[in-house]
Design a protein. Structure first.
Length: 150
């Protein structure tokens, strides 16, 4: 009887620690991002955390910071959510754009009414362009070797 009481109290304490969040996954080129959108603002510096760093620290260029902020700016929700993102693979631009897509998807899960505005802004559109593979007999994917007369 005591063991069941202990397990029930452990379940209560673990459920109190977990806060509610909405998750979205975004991909771009080789980068994959998983974003969690917390309804309660947590102790996250600048509101957005990428791989346990502030997004301003992870993306030092202003251009990439704007890409990451885009869905929140569009919904006028910057600072209203706590956001954590785990991203891997690809380059810095691919990672920023993967986070943007994942964040937009998480916002739609939070409030389906946001879908129309985010879709119109082009933030829910998947950019499927990837690097084309190199073919044999060519120098790159399409670049042929220089033609020789003899």
């Amino acid at each position: 009887m005591k063991s069941s009481e202990v397990s029930s109290t452990n379940q209560k304490s673990s459920s109190q620690k977990q806060s509610r969040y909405f998750e979205g996954v975004g991909r771009r080129k080789e980068a994959v991002a998983r974003v969690r959108l917390f309804t309660k603002i947590q102790k996250i510096k600048d509101g957005i955390e990428v791989n346990k760093k502030s997004y301003k620290e992870y993306f030092p260029l202003l251009e990439f910071q704007k890409i990451v902020e885009a869905p929140l700016n569009r919904m006028k929700a910057l600072g209203k959510f706590g956001i954590t993102a785990k991203v891997k693979g690809g380059g810095i631009r691919g990672q920023a754009e993967a986070i943007r897509l994942a964040m937009a998807r998480a916002l739609v899960k939070f409030n389906p009414a946001y879908k129309k505005r985010l879709r119109r802004a082009g933030l829910l559109t998947v950019d499927a362009r990837k690097v084309e593979r190199k073919k044999y007999g060519k120098k790159k994917a399409r670049r042929a070797p220089q033609w020789q007369k003899r």
